[in-house]
Design a protein around this ligand. Structure first.
Ligand code: C2E
Ligand code: MG
Ligand code: MG
Ligand code: MG
Length: 280
């Protein structure tokens, strides 16, 4: 807006803040329209069982088929959604669509895999969220344990309402995972009292393994921590053969990363090969 205004000779300009604000306004209106017009889609990234090499689950990752800008990622969606208050509607759509996709895969005769969905803190705070999940499960009749909700550590710090909400979700039978584990400075003591079945080690720890000694030590320690607490441990962000070879020898349960597969449209998920497990 400032560009046109200035170049056309008008004696005003918009400050950077006004520009940001109007960009934000435009974006949030576009996003609302996009949600209504079915422009949002879920891509899925496979996760693989370390021991069998088989696909053990998929993570649903939001994309926006923008009419003029092409496929946009969560960085263009989630912050706008959170600030504009659209996040609950979008989050509801994500849960419903992921469950519906799990149902379609089942109806096509595929084996039932875990479908993980990212949940933002404003969703978790919303009083409707448990009902949203309950309804999506009831409508699709997918096994509740095949839906996994990914939350981040920073969401749960000492917030009694959120903690009781996690217990309510767990009572529905869904699984809970902590995403980006290690980046949220969680109080480790609170983790053991939460109904969490999985931690996902953030990709920042996986970078440079095995040469980077600090990251290697951190990754090994987090794997041991999660496993000793009886949790499954997914290592995210595996990009290279050397990382995989190292991690194959460790006690993590699952892998996810570009080395195996980028996020892909739902139709491609069951055309992917199993990974090659090489543990010697
Ligand atoms: P996340 O949940 O930690 O998801 C993993 C992100 O890492 C994905 O990016 C994925 O494409 C990327 N990734 C996977 N493997 C690799 C790898 O080997 N190397 C690298 N460098 N990256 C890898 P994406 O799809 O852009 O999503 C980014 C974040 O956006 C997600 O991080 C999640 O926090 C958020 N997000 C995505 N979908 C949703 C959603 O439906 N709702 C909410 N609330 N947040 C979402
Ligand atoms: Mg995630
Ligand atoms: Mg993550
Ligand atoms: Mg992340």
């Amino acid at each position: 807006a400032a560009k046109n205004g200035g170049r056309n000779g008008f004696a005003f300009y918009k400050s950077a803040m006004t520009e940001d604000a109007s960009h934000f306004m435009t974006r949030s209106l576009e996003l609302r329209r996009g949600l209504e017009n079915g422009e949002l889609v879920l891509f899925y990234q496979p996760q693989y069982c370390r021991q069998s090499g088989k696909m053990s689950g998929v993570e649903a990752l939001i994309r926006w088929n923008h009419p003029t800008e092409g496929l946009l990622g969560p960085g263009e969606i989630i912050p706008v959604a959170e600030q504009s208050g659209l996040i609950n509607e979008i989050g509801q759509w994500v849960v419903e669509e992921a469950c519906a996709q799990a149902m379609r895969w089942r109806d096509e005769g595929h084996k039932c895999v875990r479908v993980a969905v990212n949940v933002s803190v404003r969703q978790l705070r919303s009083d409707d969220f448990v009902d949203v999940v309950r309804t999506a499960l009831a409508l699709t009749e997918i096994p509740p344990q095949s839906l996994e909700l990914e939350i981040t550590e920073s969401m749960i710090q000492d917030d009694a309402r959120i903690i009781s909400r996690l217990h309510d979700l767990r009572k529905l039978g869904v699984s809970l995972a902590i995403d980006d584990f290690g980046t949220g400075f969680s109080c480790l003591g609170s983790i053991k009292s939460l109904p969490i079945e999985r931690i996902k080690i953030d990709q920042s720890f996986v970078r440079g393994i095995p040469e980077d000694r600090d990251n290697t030590a951190l990754t090994e320690a987090i794997i041991a921590l999660g496993r000793k607490l009886g949790m499954a441990v997914t290592v995210e962000g595996v990009e290279e053969q050397a990382q995989l070879e190292f991690l194959q020898q460790r006690d993590c349960t699952d892998f996810q990363g570009y080395y195996f597969c980028r996020p892909v449209p739902a139709a491609q998920i069951f055309n992917l090969p199993a990974i090659n497990v090489k543990t010697s």
